[in-house]
Design a protein around this ligand. Sequence first.
Ligand SMILES: [Zn+2]
Ligand SMILES: [Zn+2]
Length: 401
Amino acid sequence: MTIACPDCGTLEELPQLTRSEVARCPICEAQLERANDRSVTAALACSVATFGLLFPANLLPLMRVDVLGIVRETYIWSSVARLGANQWVILALFTMLFAMVLPLLRFGLLSLVLGSARLGLRPSWMGRAFRWATRLDMWAMPDVFLVGCFVGYSRISASMPVTIEAGGYCFIAAAILCMITRAVMERRIVWRAIAPERDAPEDEQAISCTVCAYVMPADAEGTDCPRCGQRLRARKPDAKRRTLALVIAGYLLYIPANVYPMSSDIRLGQTTEHRIIDGIAELFHAGLWPLGILIFFTSIAVPLLKLAGMSWFLASVRRRSSRHLVARTRLYRLITEVGRWSNVDVFTVAVFVPLLQFGVINQTRVNIGSTAFLLVVVLTMIASRGFDPRLMWDEGLPDRD
Ligand SMILES: [Zn+2]
Ligand SMILES: [Zn+2]
C-alpha cells in the first residue's frame, strides 16, 4: 500500500494501523492516516443529519428582532435577497454559495458516498462524488456562518431584544454536526473503500493524485486518476504564477478592506461607520473581549498571515531555499486549514445588516469594505489551494528521490 505525501511528494508505504495510531510523513510531518474503526458509520450518521437539518435551517426564520412593535424576521435567503437588491451582488452571491448551496451539495454527496461505503457498494460515480465532497469541504461553511451569526447576535442583543427562531436552532445543530463530521471522518479509509491503494511502480518515476494520493507510473500524466477522476499532473500546473497573481491582488484589496467601513449605522439621522478595527474596538468596549480577540485573529491576523506566508513560500521557491522546509510546510497546512474562518466578519455583516432596518430609529447599511474584505479572503483561499507545497521540496532538496 503506497501513497504519495500530498505536502512533500514523498512515496510512503502506509503501515497497518491499530487503535488510535496516527501515520505521519517522516519527511514533512503531514498526517497521512489516523486509525478509526467507526469512522465511516459515525461520519455517515453526522453527514445525513447535517444534510437533513440544512433544509429547515434554510427555510425557517433564523432570528427575530422586535423594536417598539416593529418586528423583523430574518431567513438566510432573505438576507441574501436584500443584499442583492441593494447592489451588493458579490456579497449576496458568496453568502448564498457558502451558507446555503455548497453545504447542501457537500453533505448530499458525502451522504451518498459514505452510505455506499457503509453498504459495501462501489458505484462508478463514487470516486468522483467523493472528490467533489472533499473539494467542497473548505467552501461549505455552515460552521463559520454560525460563528458570524453568534458575533452579530452578541453585538446587538445588548441593545435590542433578539430571539433565535426554529431555523436558527436547526442551523446551530447543522453547523455543530458539520464540525463533528470533519473530526470523525478519516478520508483515507473512504478512499480505500472506493479503490485500494496500489504498490509504487518499480524502477520507474511515479506520479500521484493531488486529491486522493493514488500513485501511478509517470507516463500516466495528463490522464484522469482511476480512483477519483482528477487530471494527473506531476505538479499543479502554473502554480507559481497563479499564486503570485492572486497574492498581489490580495495585498491590493487588503488596503480598501481595512480603510473603508464594512457597514454603517444611521441612528436618528447620525451616521457611524464601522471599519474592521472599529468593530473589534466596539466588542472590547462592550465587554465582549473574547469575541474581540476572535475577530482580531480571523479578520486581521489570519489574512495577513496568509498573504505573508504565501509570499514567503513563493520567494523561497524562487531562491531555491532549503531552510525551514518543515516549518514552511507546516505553515502551509495551517494557512489552508484556517483560511475559511476569516469569513466570520463578512457573515456577521451579511446577516445582521438586513435585520436592522427600522426606518428613522435605526438603519444599517453595507459598505464597500465588506466586499473588498470578502474578496481578500476568497482570493487567498484560492491562492493557498492552487499553490503546490511540493515545489518547495523540489527546489529546496533537489537530490531527494
Ligand atoms: Zn510529506
Ligand atoms: Zn485521485
